[in-house]
Design a protein around this ligand. Structure first.
Ligand SMILES: *[C@@H]1O[C@H](CO)[C@@H](O)[C@H](O)[C@H]1NC(C)=O
Ligand SMILES: *[C@@H]1O[C@H](CO)[C@@H](O)[C@H](O)[C@H]1NC(C)=O
Ligand SMILES: *[C@@H]1O[C@H](CO)[C@@H](O)[C@H](O)[C@H]1NC(C)=O
Ligand SMILES: *[C@@H]1O[C@H](CO)[C@@H](O)[C@H](O)[C@H]1NC(C)=O
Ligand SMILES: *[C@@H]1O[C@H](CO)[C@@H](O)[C@H](O)[C@H]1NC(C)=O
Ligand SMILES: *[C@@H]1O[C@H](CO)[C@@H](O)[C@H](O)[C@H]1NC(C)=O
Ligand SMILES: *[C@@H]1O[C@H](CO)[C@@H](O)[C@H](O)[C@H]1NC(C)=O
Ligand SMILES: *[C@@H]1O[C@H](CO)[C@@H](O)[C@H](O)[C@H]1NC(C)=O
Ligand SMILES: *[C@@H]1O[C@H](CO)[C@@H](O)[C@H](O)[C@H]1NC(C)=O
Ligand SMILES: *[C@@H]1O[C@H](CO)[C@@H](O)[C@H](O)[C@H]1NC(C)=O
Ligand SMILES: *[C@@H]1O[C@H](CO)[C@@H](O)[C@H](O)[C@H]1NC(C)=O
Ligand SMILES: *[C@@H]1O[C@H](CO)[C@@H](O)[C@H](O)[C@H]1NC(C)=O
Length: 566
């Protein structure tokens, strides 16, 4: 740690008691990472006024992060230049909502009276400088393309390319990096670069970060290229995530991706539970989540963690008494939550599971073990599920989750605008006996009991090991948070002489509040194909299924496997 004494006169600070600010050095084994969960100002019709109002709130958050010695602070997607609905006809509004963003390395907006950036970015540049902290924000970028347009990539008639862009400020307020989102999610009127940019920047604390945005996390490029081809150990991830049960709620996805790729992930979420937006976290790969926030009510908060560096491929061991911590802003510090419509629960989306092959896990009183293989379109998964169901704790006045095994090897829709290949072997929760209830949850007002205790859950499948797929250990409890990394094992073993890798995902604790336990993956080669239906020809063939009490099961095992060797 290098200590930096900042003079009170220079900063004009009277409220913050802390006079010494610590900056992580290049040779330390960790740094202090921070992410904001932020509910933005969106009202009004003047984009400049909205962005400036949000920037003033960002400054409050930056100052708070400084108070916790943060080295780097990440803000969400779409929460600075915002308040306008993306549509092709609304593109006429984009110039007045967006900002020009200079190439990296050229501008310190705070020091430049003739900077081309909007007032909001100038305020953030000045705060990054004043508080000596790296700051990552996301904006609508407008690029004047009258001279950069080409025949193959013509400049639109309004004279601009618009991008969904991350901008990184260094500790002196300079723009040091810029990344333009490649995998858009229903953002009409926004452009993408002709190929995915692999954008990285290296900090004075000697960590090289890669930049992605929201939906990018579900795609191969640039996210997986940054990890696989550019030696990136830490990823910055601003998002306005639309959470969907049972596989793709915000923190669940962050945690699964960070673990599968074994990289640190700094995820910052746009907060608005009425539209299912929210969820921030700092994740440390296979070491698991460091700090997370997923709130059912609207929130403005700062999450801070001591993040272990990955040096020569090894994640450091870090012990801290100060971190992690979560600071929640009051409605006087940040006023965006005054006068908003409140909801008692996030309105999560629900995946369309009709084309999945599923099998109900029967509710038999006592301890039951189900061992089965279930297939969908040539993906076969093995399940071994030992659970104890307490029939006496359920009656007609209480609600409780039922469970199914679910397998899918097909194509789904994203936001009705694009399609994507999905492969999963999973155990999922349902609110009643129908498949249509899987991926729902009970209302906050209803009484819910948890009569099923999972003693062990083992899920396995053979997945393609080529570069057109990725798989992740995907878990969720009824609190809508992923399991701790110490609660499961996840292993991949290449099957020699084949193009397959066997993945096993094993729950190693007892759990009474499981919602999802899945090997969940993408099959990029099926992207853009037609959405799968549960058509008869390719429907699931259930090959093998045993559902026994433990004693019968053990007897069968002994008969089949043990006695035959005697
Ligand atoms: C910075 O990181 C690089 C790559 O991990 C390493 O080779 C170098 O020694 C580090 N520098 C310091 C000062 O620790
Ligand atoms: C947005 O709403 C806030 C709170 O009601 C108000 O103070 C502000 O003036 C409004 N902004 C615009 C541009 O209407
Ligand atoms: C928006 O507000 C800014 C700052 O108050 C002002 O300069 C600008 O003219 C306004 N823009 C529009 C389109 O009204
Ligand atoms: C254009 O944006 C405004 C403000 O967000 C919104 O009310 C309107 O519905 C949008 N128009 C279209 C066609 O999406
Ligand atoms: C910060 O960024 C500016 C502009 O990109 C650059 O000129 C300056 O050297 C950077 N400062 C440090 C300490 O790297
Ligand atoms: C774009 O830049 C050209 C000069 O390169 C300038 O003539 C034009 O006015 C600019 N357009 C906009 C919309 O700023
Ligand atoms: C940029 O976006 C506009 C609006 O969607 C579209 O008409 C235009 O073709 C895009 N241009 C490029 C080069 O992507
Ligand atoms: C980023 O990396 C990927 C894979 O390494 C490559 O396909 C892509 O072209 C790169 N993007 C650019 C702009 O170079
Ligand atoms: C990644 O690291 C390897 C091994 O240290 C090195 O050979 C390679 O050049 C690095 N690649 C990049 C893009 O930095
Ligand atoms: C919220 O509404 C109350 C009552 O209408 C009003 O007094 C207050 O100024 C409003 N606050 C904000 C921030 O808009
Ligand atoms: C369920 O099993 C428990 C313990 O095995 C037993 O005490 C209870 O009576 C059983 N309940 C029913 C409804 O069968
Ligand atoms: C199921 O789990 C229970 C509780 O851990 C254990 O006693 C029992 O032996 C297990 N049954 C099987 C078949 O593994």
């Amino acid at each position: 740690m290098r200590s930096l004494s900042l003079s009170i006169a220079v900063l004009g600070l009277t409220v913050l008691a802390q006079l010494t600010f610590e900056v992580s050095a290049a040779d330390t084994i960790s740094y202090i990472g921070a992410v904001a969960e932020y509910y933005p100002v969106t009202n009004g019709t003047n984009g400049t006024t909205i962005a400036t109002a949000n920037a003033n709130n960002y400054v409050t958050i930056i100052k708070t992060a400084w108070g916790y010695n943060a080295d780097i602070l990440v803000f969400p997607e779409d929460s600075l230049t915002t308040g306008m609905t993306y549509s092709d006809t609304n593109r006429t509004l984009y110039p007045s909502f967006g900002s020009v963003v200079p190439d990296a390395g050229l501008d310190i907006p705070c020091d430049n009276a003739s900077t081309v950036v909007i007032e909001a970015l100038k305020l953030i540049s000045c705060a990054a400088k004043q508080y000596s902290i790296y700051v990552v924000v996301n904006v609508i970028e407008k690029e004047n393309c009258t001279s950069t347009g080409t025949t193959s990539r013509p400049c639109p008639s309004d004279g601009y390319f618009f991008y969904n862009t991350n901008v990184v400020f260094n500790r002196t307020g300079g723009i040091v990096s810029r990344y333009r989102k490649f995998n858009l999610f229903a953002e009409p009127g926004i452009n993408v670069t002709s190929s995915p940019e692999n954008v990285t920047f290296t900090t004075d604390f000697n960590v090289t970060f890669g930049l992605i945005i929201c939906n990018d996390i579900l795609y191969k490029t640039p996210a997986l290229s940054l990890v696989d081809d550019h030696n990136v150990t830490d990823i910055i991830f601003p998002a306005r995530w639309f959470s969907e049960l049972p596989y793709l709620t915000s923190i669940q996805t962050q945690s699964a991706w960070s673990y599968a790729n074994n990289v640190n992930l700094l995820a910052s979420g746009y907060n608005n539970p009425t539209t299912s937006n929210g969820g921030s976290g700092i994740h440390a790969g296979t070491s698991g989540k460091l700090v997370t926030l997923l709130s059912e009510s609207a929130k403005n908060a700062l999450l801070v963690a001591r993040v272990p560096k990955v040096i020569d491929g090894v994640r450091s061991n870090v012990v801290s008494t100060t971190y992690p911590l979560t600071y929640e802003f009051s409605s006087t510090e940040i006023t965006t939550l005054a006068n908003i419509t409140t909801v008692s629960q996030n309105a999560f989306y629900q995946d369309t599971l009709a084309p999945y092959a599923t099998s109900v896990l029967p509710l038999t009183n006592g301890t039951t073990t189900t061992w089965l293989e279930l297939c969908d379109r040539e993906l076969c998964c093995s399940f071994y599920v030992n659970r104890t169901f307490s029939a006496s704790s359920v009656n007609s006045s209480v609600n409780y989750y039922r469970y199914r095994t679910a397998v899918f090897n097909g194509v789904r829709s994203f936001a009705g605008t694009t399609t994507a290949g999905i492969q999963t072997c999973s155990v999922i929760a349902c609110t009643n006996d129908t498949l249509a209830s899987c991926g729902l949850r009970f209302n906050a007002t209803e009484t819910v009991v948890q009569p099923t205790v999972f003693n062990s859950v083992f899920v396995s499948g053979n997945f393609s090991k080529n570069s057109t797929t990725m798989q992740m250990p995907n878990s969720l409890t009824t609190d809508i948070l992923p399991l701790n990394a110490s609660d499961f094992t996840y292993n991949r073993v290449n099957i020699s002489g084949s193009s397959l890798t066997n993945i096993t995902y094993n729950l190693t604790i007892q759990s009474s509040n499981l919602y999802t336990f899945a090997i969940y993956g993408r099959n990029f080669s099926a992207d853009e194909l037609a959405v799968s239906s549960a058509n008869v020809a390719s429907s699931a063939v259930q090959l093998l299924r045993f559902s026994f009490t433990t004693s019968v099961f053990l007897a069968v095992i002994e008969t089949l496997f043990v006695r035959s060797y005697l």
